[in-house]
Design a protein around this ligand. Structure first.
Ligand SMILES: Cc1cc2nc3c(=O)[nH]c(=O)nc-3n(C[C@H](O)[C@H](O)[C@H](O)COP(=O)(O)OP(=O)(O)OC[C@H]3O[C@@H](n4cnc5c(N)ncnc54)[C@H](O)[C@@H]3O)c2cc1C
Length: 412
């Protein structure tokens, strides 16, 4: 079989694949994206952080996203047993735009992929990567690409591969790079509803995270979309959800009924979309790069959905990988570990500290603590808006110390 030869092959046309491929094309490189599904396709991950729009803009796609009519989002709100706290992204430590969007991912991902294609990126849909060779003497690998409909198989040789295959985790599986996440196995059950929430009862410009009234490691998301629709989901340890009877639909309805605030908000909701579930989504890898490849977004690591950080990390990794690869193609010697993985992991580790503090209860204490100073609120708001790489923010530089000092102050 003679292999087709390409400069860069990107596996997957989700947010990280579209952003990376457009950024490389804009720098003059040949890019082929292979995507196993036909678009539009459902994907979870609908509440965006502000920082991810910086990469949408860098890739020349902001105008198209802004024109799409997605729900405006200006912050994050938290509710627990009648308590309520919110953070406004317009009032934060790190400079930048004040707002972002909440998006149906089928449409959002299609817009990004179409924008990449308009910029000259070739995207082939319904082509799945099933195998990868060891690198040859010049560091090139050959991918096996299978046509999903016809089953034909072809070989594609790439100077460099970017794995943007998300939860598919193609190269981590094929190259045995997977390591277990340190988080326990959690499960999410979710759907979309026509919410019929009365005007004024709910701030539609914010994601609302509701802590279960009895179990503080169980939480719900309400992500309002434009057009009166809302994404609704619950996250809990798998063993906890296994205790609820019935199919996922029944479990989600029972859990919603257990929180009075949510039950009231959703009293008139029409459950018109199949309920889905996902579990064991947290994952990690030994290394985010190797000879002839780098891993983007969820193909590398996924922490937890609580702070809606997934798409932002995916896009940030895409931007950093595209810049690093461009330097490599320009003849520079590049150390992927030092120049890509380590700086990327700094922000991921900051989010990790907040995820841990959410589940051990410290961050919930902070969020619902009365009397936070405006300065502290601005620093927390920056993290919640996705600026987890801005080390001039003390809540990014030293999350543990900062959170612990507030928890100690709250507990006085
Ligand atoms: C319950 C839950 C809730 C979440 N909520 C949020 C949220 O509110 N906000 C947020 O930012 N993030 C959220 N996330 C995370 C978000 O879903 C991901 O971080 C994000 O989609 C990652 O983007 P990506 O580009 O890495 O991969 P994806 O968006 O997963 O795209 C990967 C693409 O690769 C394709 N693919 C896979 N394998 C192959 C293969 N072998 N060959 C070819 N193509 C392949 C897939 O079809 C897919 O289209 C959530 C995650 C979970 C589990």
């Amino acid at each position: 079989m003679t292999a087709e030869h390409r400069r860069v092959v990107v596996i997957g046309a989700g947010p990280s694949g579209s952003i990376a491929s457009a950024l490389l094309k804009r720098r003059g490189h040949d890019v082929l994206v292979l995507e196993r599904q036909q678009f539009p396709r459902f994907s979870i991950g609908e509440s965006l952080l502000v920082h991810c729009l910086d990469f949408v803009e860098e890739a020349g796609m902001l105008e198209a996203v802004e024109a799409a009519g997605f729900q405006y989002k200006n912050g994050a709100a938290f509710a627990r047993n009648g308590e309520y706290a919110d953070y406004d992204f317009g009032d934060r430590f790190t400079a930048g735009r004040p707002s972002t969007f909440q998006v149906q991912r089928a449409r959002f991902d299609q817009i990004l992929a179409d924008e990449a294609a308009k910029q000259g990126v070739e995207i082939r849909y319904e082509v799945e990567i099933t195998a990868v060779s060891e690198p040859d003497a010049s560091g090139r690998r050959t991918l096996t690409a299978r046509d999903v409909k016809g089953g034909q198989v072809r070989a594609i040789e790439a100077d460099f591969i970017l794995d943007a295959s998300g939860f598919g985790r193609t190269l981590p599986k094929l190259l045995k790079l997977e390591t277990p996440s340190q988080f326990p196995t959690r499960q999410a059950i979710f759907t979309h509803v026509a919410d019929h929430i009365p005007e004024g009862a709910f701030d539609r410009n914010k994601i609302r995270v509701t802590v279960h009234p009895k179990y503080d490691d169980v939480w719900f998301w309400l992500i309002p979309f434009s057009g009166g629709r809302t994404s609704l989901g619950v996250v809990a340890a798998k063993e906890h959800l296994d205790r609820y009877a019935g199919p996922p639909d029944q479990k989600l309805r029972t859990l919603v009924a257990e929180d009075r605030g949510l039950a009231v908000l959703l009293a008139e909701a029409e459950w018109d979309t199949p309920v889905r579930e996902l579990h064991g989504y947290a994952a990690n890898v030994q290394s985010m790069s190797g000879p002839g490849f780098a891993l983007l977004g969820n193909a590398a690591e996924f922490l937890d959905p609580v702070f809606s950080s997934g798409v932002t990390i995916a896009m940030r990794s895409a931007s950093m990988a595209a810049a690093t690869l461009h330097r490599q193609f320009s003849g520079e010697t590049v150390d992927w570990k030092k120049e890509f993985e380590e700086p990327l992991r700094k922000g991921v580790d900051c989010f990790r500290a907040y995820v841990e503090a959410w589940y051990d209860g410290r961050f919930q204490k902070v969020v619902f603590a009365p009397g936070q100073t405006p300065e502290i609120r601005r620093m927390i708001s920056s993290v919640l808006a996705g600026y987890a790489w801005d080390e001039s923010n003390p809540f990014v530089k030293n999350p543990q110390r900062r959170l612990d000092s507030i928890v100690a102050w709250v507990g006085r």
